[in-house]
Design a protein around this ligand. Structure first.
Ligand SMILES: Nc1ncnc2c1ncn2[C@@H]1O[C@H](COP(=O)(O)OP(=O)(O)O)[C@@H](O)[C@H]1O
Ligand SMILES: [Mg+2]
Length: 212
């Protein structure tokens, strides 16, 4: 299932060479964030290419989180280059109205915190309360499946130390096959909490001069 473009970009050492191959092959730009440009490979996957070599640790930490935590709450990563300049990830549906209707199917529109109604009809609010007010969110769950999902979601955000600033609606999407909400940008990870067996991200000099 590897996209044919991968064999052409594999091993390319700098971002501009990768970009040129993508452009020459008319691979469409999808979107961009603060550290990565995202291309639509058209086969249900996206390619995330760092904007600058200093951002490879973003890709690296995302790969490590995925390997440690699996695909239930994180978009699947299929492959990446040796230097983590790019990775290939499952494409999610980022239509905001679908994300919100998904939440609406599972949860009541608001929770009650200290006698005050707080809306959970936004991804930011929902994720925030899932982490800090799980008991109230569980009370707002419409089904036991929704409650189980909220418990799992809350736990994974904590275990993976997803930062508060990454918990917004641009960083989640819907997995079409299961119609569930998963993270598509989960790179902000506390690297110090990694297991010892995990090797450190490549240094800038190894990217420029190679590992040898
Ligand atoms: N797996 C994906 N499926 C669909 N769209 C994506 C995916 N990954 C990223 N995007 C789109 O690209 C944008 C930037 O990607 P992101 O991973 O957030 O980059 P950054 O880490 O630089 O913020 C996202 O806000 C989203 O719109
Ligand atoms: Mg982002």
């Amino acid at each position: 299932m590897t996209h044919p473009i991968i064999s052409q970009i594999n091993g390319l050492k700098d971002i501009s060479s990768v970009t040129k191959v993508l452009e020459d092959n008319n691979i469409p730009f999808l979107s961009e964030g603060t550290t990565r440009t995202v291309y639509d490979l058209g086969d249900g996957t996206v390619l995330k290419l760092v904007i600058d070599p200093s951002f490879v640790s973003q890709n690296w930490s995302e790969i490590k989180i995925f390997k440690c935590s699996g695909r239930e709450f994180f978009a699947e990563i299929y492959e990446h280059d040796k230097r983590n300049l790019w990775l290939v990830m499952e494409k999610l549906d980022t239509d905001k109205s679908k994300i919100l209707s998904n939440l609406a199917e599972m949860f009541e529109p608001a929770i009650v915190v200290n006698g005050i109604e707080r809306s959970i009809r936004s991804v930011e609010n929902f994720v925030h309360y899932c982490v800090y007010r799980l008991t109230e969110v569980l009370q707002a769950a419409k089904t036991t499946e929704a409650a189980d999902w909220a418990r799992g979601f809350s736990a994974i955000v904590k275990t993976c130390k997803i930062s508060e600033e990454d918990l917004h609606d641009n960083n989640v999407g819907i997995r079409p096959s299961t119609n569930t909400i998963v993270f598509l940008d989960y790179a902000d990870y506390n690297l110090l909490s990694m297991e010892e067996s995990v090797s450190p991200p490549p240094t800038l000099s190894s990217l420029i001069y190679g590992n040898h």
